[in-house]
Design a protein around this ligand. Structure first.
Ligand code: DUC
Ligand code: ZN
Ligand code: ZN
Length: 469
């Protein structure tokens, strides 16, 4: 059976057109401009009328943490609930992480994560490999994951000493492996050793409330780490480097300067840094202030970070918007370890709201419609080796979103689909919204109705980034 999506405006990263899309099985088989009459469905074909709507590629969220094991607790969305929420928000591909912990085995960590995700995802999914203990064996094993499992990216931490932290020597070795193989090195760029001193001093002074999470992670220590990572990447032979959850003007400036020097560096930001600020939880105290504890932290409204991040997206100094979706329920999880900012698990839930929140930037004139599609779908697909995702081209997977620019809704824990008892975006009004979502040709969301099935999502073996070779 074929499905025709008719009467909409098809938007890709490189332009828009009044066109109809024909889907056969799991693939897009034609995109037919309506100037020539459009596509003509037969009596047996399904027809989706997209009048008044944008027809865009399904979103690719390259940074999420479903059921992330933190030792004493696990992030609250399972792969099933998190991907259902993603689907409702127009995201049809997620990339999560397999995590090697300090002293752990990379291949065992990968197998375990595969087993957790495999039977649950409702949309297509892939994994990055976290290296939490870089050593010779870990690098040998990680290198083998490209061929074995189609894993083309790693993640390293410059924060969290004693946990997943890598020192500069370890980072250099991992980056040399990336320069050699083409694997993308994602880096959490914050100077963890300095941050730990500031945390210790804040606690000793009795400054324990939630906003001290942000105050002990100043933007200078993010920028310093971005700079150091970019230098190490160059010294390693210009390894492909991707800065995750970039949150500040200071860090963005370092990315811009590194690019000007020819560094192979890319960066993502997240909806929380575009829409929320330190002032959202200043003075809120417990428990509500804990909702905004995430790393990198939210920045002050008064320092122009948000305006700079939107501008960075517009001019492609920032390539991607991912969510870093990492939800924890407020009382049972965020507060489980007591009312101390440094004991609150880091993370905000947002996988469902990314497309809507970035679309608000189109309405505000920060970025174009095409750029919205690019940063939410096309660029992450290209950067992370998913050639059949992220654009509405003939032959690509039919991951398609019918997006209604006239819909309005209010974001709230009462209505979202994430397994999360609060929302960092509670009460935020958005214009625009998802109407219909297809994943590999199957309608999985129709209005408010979820029509997909647990386990239907497919594991995606990935290629080396299109930006590498
Ligand atoms: N970094 C992430 O990427 N996600 C959750 C917490 C963190 O520090
Ligand atoms: Zn991080
Ligand atoms: Zn993350």
């Amino acid at each position: 059976m074929r499905t025709f999506i008719v009467n909409g405006t098809v938007v890709n990263a490189d332009g828009r057109a009044d066109a109809d899309i024909v889907v056969e099985g799991e693939r897009i088989v034609s995109v037919v401009p309506r100037v020539g009459g459009g596509a003509q469905p037969g009596p047996d074909d399904a027809v989706i009328d997209a009048s008044g709507c944008f027809v865009v590629p399904g979103g690719v969220d390259a940074h999420v943490h479903m059921q992330l094991d933190m030792g004493t607790m696990t992030s609250s969305d399972t792969f099933e609930t998190g991907t259902i929420a993603a689907a409702h928000g127009g995201t049809t591909t997620i990339i999560d992480f397999a995590e090697q912990r300090l002293g752990g085995n990379v291949l065992a960590a990968f197998e375990q994560r595969m087993a957790e995700a495999e039977s649950q995802c409702v949309v297509d999914w892939a994994l990055h490999q976290v290296l939490g203990g870089v050593n010779e064996q870990a690098l040998i094993d990680t290198r083998s994951l490209i061929e074995r499992e189609g894993v083309a990216s790693i993640k390293l931490f410059m924060a969290y000493p004693g946990r997943v932290y890598s020192n500069d020597g370890q980072i250099l070795r991992a980056l040399q492996m990336c320069a050699d193989t083409g694997m993308m090195a994602m880096v959490h760029a914050e100077n963890g050793l300095a941050i730990d001193v500031l945390i210790e001093q804040a606690i000793a002074a009795g400054n324990t409330s939630p906003e001290f999470h942000s105050r002990t992670r100043p933007p200078e220590l993010e920028a310093e780490a971005v700079h150091r990572a970019s230098v190490l990447a160059r010294v390693a032979g210009n390894a492909p480097l991707y800065i995750v959850h970039l949150s500040s003007s200071h860090a963005l400036r370092e990315v811009t300067e590194a690019r000007a020097r020819g560094t192979n560096i890319f960066a993502e930001t997240c909806p929380q840094y575009l829409h929320l600020s330190l002032e959202d939880h200043l003075g809120q105290g417990w428990p509500n202030g804990a909702a905004f504890v995430c790393s990198t932290p939210l920045r002050s409204k008064h320092e122009h970070h948000q305006a700079d991040l939107w501008e960075g997206l517009r001019i492609d100094e920032l390539a991607v918007v991912s969510t870093d979706h990492c939800p924890f329920c407020l009382r049972e999880q965020k507060l489980a370890n007591g009312e101390l900012f440094n004991k609150v698990p880091n993370g905000i839930g947002g996988v469902e709201h990314r497309m809507d929140l970035v679309y608000q930037g189109v309405l505000a004139g920060h970025i174009s419609l095409e750029r919205w599609v690019e940063v939410c779908a096309t660029a992450p697909a290209r950067l992370f080796g998913l050639p059949t995702k992220g654009s509405l081209n003939i032959g690509n997977d039919a991951d398609i979103v019918v997006y209604d620019p006239h819909k309005t809704h209010v974001l709230s824990a009462a209505t979202h689909h994430m397994n999360l008892d609060h929302s960092a975006y509670e009460g935020v009004e958005v214009i625009g919204g998802v109407r219909t979502v297809l994943s590999r040709g199957e309608v999985i969301v129709d209005g408010e109705q979820f029509l997909g099935r647990k386990g239907r999502g497919r594991y995606l073996r990935r290629e080396v980034s299109q930006h590498v070779r």
